[in-house]
Ligand binder design. Sequence first.
Ligand SMILES: Cc1cc2nc3c(=O)[nH]c(=O)nc-3n(C[C@H](O)[C@H](O)[C@H](O)COP(=O)(O)OP(=O)(O)OC[C@H]3O[C@@H](n4cnc5c(N)ncnc54)[C@H](O)[C@@H]3O)c2cc1C
Length: 266
Amino acid sequence: MKIIVCVKQVPDTSGKVAVNPDGTLNRASMAAIINPDDKNAVEAALTLKEETGAEVVIVSMGPPPAEGMLREILAMGADRAVLVSGREFGGSDTFATSQIIAAAINTIGVDKEDIILCGRQAIDGDTAQVGPQIAEKLGLPQVSYVAEIKKEGDSLICKRMLEDGYMTIKVKTPCLLTCIKELNTPRYMSVPGIVDCYSKPLEIFDFNKLKDDPLIELDTIGLKGSPTNIFKSFTPPQKGAGMMLEGADKETCQKLAGILAGKHII
Ligand SMILES: Cc1cc2nc3c(=O)[nH]c(=O)nc-3n(C[C@H](O)[C@H](O)[C@H](O)COP(=O)(O)OP(=O)(O)OC[C@H]3O[C@@H](n4cnc5c(N)ncnc54)[C@H](O)[C@@H]3O)c2cc1C
């Protein structure tokens, strides 16, 4: 049994977000981190590994420096990692990204008992499209927004979060799940894990490695294979400082009503 986890390296947007004059993110000036939801997917895979002895394989598409992030996840306990990287993949939108990752997963191989885990959403692209698109392209059943996973024979029982409650879904493997932060608390790297992580396999899948997969054609990947284009990117204007009125007395209420009436809100 194999658990393949798709992990994206993203800029750390919890601190100061640097934006280029053209409105794009200035990634070079921001620290690179593991996408937060993907850490929950990794933790779920490592927990299932402890229960079942499964092999945990991490897949990331990104530039060569993403290798550091993959070593970090190997130090958390994953068994092997694949970095999908190449000039031909640059400029990919979500359609092309999922096409390339699906081909990489085909190359790794998906067996009857296997599970593919993704984060729900990446904090930079923010579309939540890549996981479901990978499932479609691999022809696998999928459950999104997963907050709990239990293995039961050849199926998984998943608690799926909805806006106003939960849904319990039984899904047969092989399948793809997208994970949310409510699923677990991700572990840290262990000291023995850090020592071991450099002796674990980390393979690079470039265009040549994937080119024979039916999903990969030069017009289905990269900028040329991306049906969406960024039309305009801009930083919204800063909002005003706001005004605070303190007290619940008649005078304050009259003042508030006067301000709202002055702005034609009431
Ligand atoms: C025209 C266009 C050009 C673009 N050019 C570039 C570019 O040159 N460089 C660039 O970095 N981005 C580029 N992007 C953004 C790129 O499309 C997205 O970053 C990427 O497709 C992932 O989408 P997302 O961030 O919305 O991920 P989501 O769909 O929100 O991610 C959901 C989950 O999918 C998995 N996942 C997503 N991306 C990856 C990945 N790369 N590796 C492994 N797992 C992943 C993770 O598990 C993640 O939690 C471009 C977008 C467009 C529209």
